[in-house]
Write a protein that binds this ligand. Sequence first.
Ligand code: SF4
Ligand code: SF4
Length: 465
Amino acid sequence: MTQLIPTTSLDDQDRPVIDATRHNAAVRLAKGRYQILRRLTSGPLILMFLLGPWLTINGAPLLWMDLGNHVLHLFGLSFWPDDLLMLTWLAMASAFALFIAANIAGRVWCGFSCPQTVWSMMFTWVEENIEGSRNARLKDQQRAFLKRNLLKLFCKHTVWLTIAFITGFTFVAYFETGQGLWQGLIHATANHEVIFWLSFFTLLTYINAGWLREQVCLHMCPYSRFQSVMVDKKTLKVSYDVERGEPRKNKQPSDKTSDCVDCKLCVQVCPVGIDIRQGLQYACIDCGACIDACDNIMDSLKKPRGLIHFSDENPTTQTTSRRFKSWLPKERPRLWGYLAALCIALTLLGLQVLTKEQYEFHLSRDRGQLYFYQELNISNAFTLSIQNKTQQAVSFKVASLHPSLFIQSGSELHLIAGQKASLALRISCISNCPIKGKETFNLSISQHGTKQHELKGTFFAPTGL
Ligand code: SF4
Ligand code: SF4
């Protein structure tokens, strides 16, 4: 049986074996099943990202951070600052889902779904389709600038900037709504802040995906630095089968029939520029591009696929029963811990969403005088605040439940979806007011004749009447 021997451990953070050539401008696009899988995972995410500000549920975009009203609209639900706990559970659930993915299959998030990788691959695809293959691009890069194919260069940067602009526009539209931002731009009414953030995100996308690419993963992204704490011995990582591949054909003469022909395609397709044959490295984002490239070579040589493949640290022990046992909690305590944490976070999130109040009511006394006279009645001034946390417009009627008190002015409030509004209430006592000093009363708040809520207040009147 072949044995796979990683030459570095997952914890060996200090030794990325990165191709010394200027790699990011010369990545070769791989073709194969992992690249199809990446398109299948990233395609729907890109589509959702682009359509998010345009598609609406109950009149609000799928995702809209309405900073003016302090509301986050997310898939038909609205979250106010006092719903922060719910968002905390959502963030925790997302984080633990990421930890689980990392524990099972390393940095698959980075390789298959991370916007940095997906956008970089998109830009590389544009580059390859306009400027030609990796070899043609490398040749062109070696020429003096004015002798390069400037038309192709111009077209490439124009397409890059267009993609970057669409990305920046979509990102800003999450704060402004797609329609709002579009109207603001075509009628030149968008304010300076909007123009600034639109330019900022356009430029950021252009620089990150067009120029920096793997440098972001290697030097800026914190995730690669702490991913080693999430993995265990059973975590699947992209690995090179040293026993089968070494010694490489072009490296040293040997009697042993080894499979690696040292074509270096696995290095050329690697978006972070590492040579996986040097062993596991923290820079590897488990994108599977080297697997696809190598599988294609093995196919052409009529050799079995899998010289590079996903494997845990000890593939020789992978019998069926061992595989099953390796999923038991005592074998993978970290994974089961993450699963438990994910379930807890999702349960708490679900409970909070189900018990979420649709409206919030608050009654406060106006500062100043305790009571005053209005048309010969003793009156008190209050402010009733109502927050409509639904996506529908609503109307509320307010009535006093105290036999001696009535609402002299302000008894109806109309709110649009997601609105928070206040109503000035003048509550008065009937003539020959029986209240002396102070007395508590209840207000009924009803919607279409059905009582929604009851609020308590205190009414003040002169003591000596
Ligand atoms: S693609 Fe496969 S055969 Fe070619 S160098 Fe890499 S490991 Fe060797
Ligand atoms: S070594 Fe392979 S899996 Fe890792 S980043 Fe490079 S191409 Fe992707």
